[in-house]
Ligand binder design. Structure first.
Ligand code: IPT
Length: 971
């Protein structure tokens, strides 16, 4: 007799390869949000008991009358590990490593198992027994569930992010129904769900009881194509239960299975035209939202309605900082609205089908969707893919079940234009079987899978994190590969890793997409930081819940922060993909406007100009621009510049395209594109000379400045106390500076630290009092190395202003680019006083952060903010907050002018403190404001999972000279 026979409960299904079963489990079908049949949401508070193992508790709890008096409660939808303040275990973050021994399909004995129980009455108007049937629908449960109703077992299932329905049969009662659900964190299914995200068990999507009237709708498939040559749409709705299809607006009233063709407005992500219809069978009326469009790969290009499209996409995981993957409708809508406002036109549902309501929103507001199956077996890479479930026939039924559940659930969404087999599964026969099954069911959408280098099973050539150079080769069709692959369109299913500060190089990718028709865009990795709210850390990442195995902050790599505020990366992406290109020639007085949409004209946009003198708008107006068709451009004349606005001032035009009227996702005036056309260039600061340095005792005075006579260090400018300034080359390495451990060298963050750039020593060589200048000579170098910088600080003054020219000559063989090159100074006490904000004003790039390869969204203007607001709250603290092209800045009573323009950061902690911090809560603001005034900065790149900064954005250790002029501001 085996030990198993002694078990109190039978949990064989947990480790079985079967996707699910039981007497009441129904085949998958189309999902729809509403119909005229009754439905009852079972979301809410459920009784909850957590056990440490799959079979630790018996299943008597499923029987009516069981006393759950001693149980806890959880919210459904929800993850139990995010409820109960840690009493129910915690979340675990791993990228690709399985957090349990790899021995498929076995899972650990320690298998947190949540028994969920909900007692419910039927509403008074629920159809009486005998009138039809009822179905219980689970939209998402991680990772394996067994279900009982009123003591009768209905079945069990796996496939966490897929819908499962059970026929309830005659079990329902008017009152006191007992729905019992046992959920196991680990199951055989976990081997198929190794996505890079938190492991979050629970019933995390809706649970619904659906009345199924006699003669109700079962499965149905809306086929709504569009022929761009004739302008006609063709509608046919295949329905398992025959009925009629009505579209009042089009005068359609046809039988299911019949086709009708007639002129329609097509659906595109840019013009999401939906027609409301109804599918009516004898027993049910289901509202339809029909979008007519045809997707095809033709002549090597992915086309919709005959036209090639360009994905300006993001990878979207479902995430909420307190609710995990349990997303409410409002949050889903917020995602779509934010994407639309930032010109994102496509979503890859990495790496599983999203809540189906999200797809309704994509239909309604317009996003192209690559719908990805809930499948990833990435952890098998650790054993050279041995035993990979996607190449093992025993697993194929589970894979087919997942593919089928995705396609059946989501097939009626016009927004879904591509099916994706999954992510990071290596290769195998199971994927081929999935592809065949999907093609057999739906011929209207191409297939995607990135891990198929020869494109045996796919219709698109897809890569992740390819460098710019490689994308260019692919664009020029010089990348080789199989004949089939060479003939396919190319997309980057992941690129531009948005971890921490970055990604850099977005605009450079966009130029390639704009240049090579084969390159049809891509999907930035990724939409949102998966940082979980945490009582001690504010926001937490891997390891913060005491996980024994984790991947740290690799989970924080989004374009929006966990609270969905846009990070600078999103602002930069918005600029790179803006739908109108504005160029021009201020001297000629013309602007050239190009429509970069794939489908929409510019009818909805209004164009404005403003004429700015030293950053201040002095005149504004509107520009008449015709409603250009996609790809068209026009040259428009700018007005005469306002008179009398020249002189030494810096002048420019700023031209904007804005939403003329509101849309479903953006208010009137929302900026859709902009450009600045400089008229007269940056003025030069007048030299500040004439004053003579005077030594008295331990001090030297020069105009408004006082220096330490021995060290030559500046002490004050007028009444403003100053610490430093000194040459500075260090920045707290960004995630992209550090690069991922598996990334090829060079990874600059670790190289910088090895070289000692974070502990430069400043040797004083001379303090020279000249007639008209104080010159301080130093050598700046790290211990143990021979490289360094001969650095001279030359100070002059005209009596009121103080001017510093820094000359830097590298010595030795500098093999790595520098993080930054500039000076750092402190303003002691600048942040004391009433503790209120420390105001900052500057004329230069803004309003947001910028680095050399993330600077296209930085606009020259007169900006104001405060020191704390200049910080970008990356979850793991790192270099951030620089403003580009700064002509002058004012902070802490000091005005600094730069020549040439400079990079500016101000913070209430030092770079060393920033570097040492693991979480934002580690940063304690002090009284001193630390300023970095940088001549140059190293680019950002995206080496945390992709290529580093392009050569043109690297800061090489070359000779340099730069000047700052300081003055005390009037009090
Ligand atoms: C790639 C994964 O597909 C994605 O899920 C995520 O982990 C991303 O990387 C990094 O954040 S896989 C990587 C090894 C290229």
């Amino acid at each position: 007799m085996s030990l198993r026979a002694l078990d109190v409960t039978d949990v064989h299904y947990v480790e079985s390869l079967s996707p699910g079963g039981g007497r009441a489990l129904l085949p998958p079908r189309a999902w729809y949000a509403a119909s005229d049949a009754a439905r009852l949401s079972l979301n809410g508070r459920w009784r909850f008991r957590l056990a440490a193992a799959a079979d630790a508790d018996d299943d008597a709890f499923a029987a009516p009358g069981y006393d759950t008096g001693g149980w806890d409660e959880v919210r459904v939808p929800g993850h139990w590990v995010l409820q109960g303040d840690g009493a129910f275990g915690g979340p675990i973050y791993t990228n690709h490593l399985y957090p349990f021994p790899v021995d498929p399909p076995r899972v650990p004995t320690e298998n947190p198992t949540g028994d969920h129980l909900r007692v419910f009455d039927l509403p008074g108007d629920w159809p009486p027994a005998g009138d039809g049937e009822a179905v219980l629908r689970f939209d998402g449960v991680e990772s394996c569930a067994r279900v009982w109703l009123n003591g009768e077992e209905l079945g069990h299932f796996k496939g966490s992010r897929l819908a499962h329905e059970f026929a309830v049969g005659p079990l329902l009662r008017a009152r006191g129904n007992v729905l019992a659900v046992r959920v196991h964190q680990w199951s055989a299914g976990s081997y198929l769900e190794d996505q890079d995200q938190w492991w979050l068990p629970g019933i995390f999507r809706d649970v619904t009881l659906l009345h199924r009237p006699e003669g109700c709708v079962a499965d149905f498939f809306v086929h709504a194509g569009y022929d761009h040559r004739t302008g006609e749409g063709t509608l046919r709705v295949d329905s398992e239960v025959p009925g009629r299809v009505m579209v009042a607006e089009l005068g359609i009233d046809i039988a299911t299975g019949d086709a009708v063709s007639l002129p329609v407005e097509p659906w595109t992500a840019e013009t999401p035209r939906l027609y409301d219809g109804v599918l009516a069978t004898a027993g049910e009326r289901v509202p339809l939202r029909i979008g007519f469009r045809t997707v095809a790969v033709e002549d090597g290009l992915l086309r919709v309605n005959g036209r090639p499209l360009l994905f300006r996409g993001v990878n979207r995981h479902e995430f909420h900082p307190t609710n995990g993957r349990a997303l409410d409708l409002e949050t889903m809508r917020r995602d779509v609205v934010l994407m639309k406002r930032h010109h994102i036109n496509a979503v890859r549902t990495s790496h599983y089908p999203p809540h189906p309501a999200f797809l309704d929103l994509c239909d309604e507001l317009g996003l192209w969707v690559v719908d990805e199956c809930d499948l990833e077996t990435h952890g098998f890479v650790e054993q050279e893919w041995r035993d990979n479930p996607v190449d093992d026939d025993r697993w194929t039924p589970a894979l087919l079940d997942r593919a089928t559940r995705m396609v059946e659930r989501d097939k009626n969404h016009p927004s879904v234009v591509v099916w994706s087999l999954g992510n990071e599964c290596g290769t195998g026969r199971g994927l081929t079987a999935m592809a065949a099954a999907i093609r057999a069911r739906d011929t209207s959408r191409p297939l995607h899978y990135e891990g198929d280098p020869d494109c045996r099973d796919t219709d698109l050539y897809s890569r992740m994190y390819a460098s710019h150079a490689e994308v260019e080769r692919i664009g020029r069709r010089l990348d080789g590969g199989t004949l089939k692959r060479r003939q396919l369109p190319f997309i980057l299913c992941e690129y531009a890793h948005a971890m921490g500060n970055g990604p850099g190089g977005l605009a450079d990718y966009q130029r390639l997409f704009d240049t090579y028709e084969r390159c049809q865009g891509g999907f930035v990795w990724e939409w949102i930081d998966h940082a979980l709210a945490h009582p001690a850390y504010g926001y937490a990442y891997g390891g913060d819940f005491g996980e024994e195995l984790h991947d740290g902050n690799f989970v924080c790599d989004g374009l929006v922060f966990a609270d969905r505020t846009p990070s600078p990366g999103l602002i930069e992406y918005k600029k790179a993909i803006e739908p109108v290109r504005i160029e021009g020639d201020a001297i000629e007085g013309t602007a050239r406007i190009t429509n970069r949409y794939d489908f929409a004209d510019l009818r909805g946009l209004a164009f404005t100009w403003s004429y700015e003198v030293d950053g201040e708008p002095v005149a504004t107006g509107t520009l008449a621009v015709p409603a250009l068709d996609p790809g068209e451009w026009v040259e428009v004349k700018l007005p005469e510049p306002p008179a009398g606005a020249a002189g030494t001032a810096e002048t420019r035009w700023t031209i904007r395209a804005v939403l003329a009227d509101g849309t479903a996702w953006g208010p009137p005036g929302h900026v859709m594109a902009w450009a600045q056309l400089p008229v007269s260039g940056a003025r030069l600061t007048s030299p500040a000379t004439g004053a003579r340095p005077v030594r008295s005792g331990a001090l030297i005075t020069l105009g408004p400045a006082v220096f330490d006579a021995r060290s030559g260090a500046l002490r004050s400018v007028g009444e403003v106390a100053v610490a430093g300034p000194r040459l500075d080359v260090w920045r707290a390495p960004t995630d992209n500076d550090n690069g991922a451990s598996w990334q090829p060298d060079p990874r600059y963050g670790p190289l910088w630290r090895e070289l000692g750039l974070h502990r430069m020593q400043h040797r004083l060589d001379a303090v020279e009092l000249l007639d008209d200048a104080l010159v301080v000579r130093t050598r700046v170098a790290p211990a143990a190395r021979e490289v360094g910088f001969a650095t001279a600080y030359r100070w002059t003054s005209d009596g009121t202003r103080l001017r510093l020219t820094v000359s830097v000559v590298p010595e030795g063989d500098w093999k790595v680019p520098l993080p930054r090159l500039g000076i750092r100074l402190g303003l002691p006490g600048a942040a004391s006083g009433d503790g209120g904000p420390v105001p900052v004003r500057w004329f230069g790039g803004g309003p947001g952060e910028a680095y050399p390869d993330t600077a296209t969204a930085s606009a020259i203007g007169l900006w104001h903010s405060d020191v704390d607001a200049l910080q970008t709250p990356y979850v793991r603290p790192q270099e951030n907050g620089a403003r580009a092209d700064v002509r002058w800045a004012e902070v802490g009573g000091l005005r600094v002018e730069g020549e040439p323009p400079f990079w500016f950061t101000a913070r209430r902690w030092t770079t060393e403190q920033l570097d040492a911090a693991g979480h934002l809560t580690d940063l304690a603001p002090g009284d001193t404001v630390w300023l970095n005034l940088d001549h140059r900065q190293q680019g950002i790149g995206s080496q945390s999972c992709g290529p580093g900064p392009l050569p043109q954005y690297q800061l090489h250790a070359d000779e340099a000279e730069f000047t700052f002029t300081f003055a005390q501001l009037p009090r």
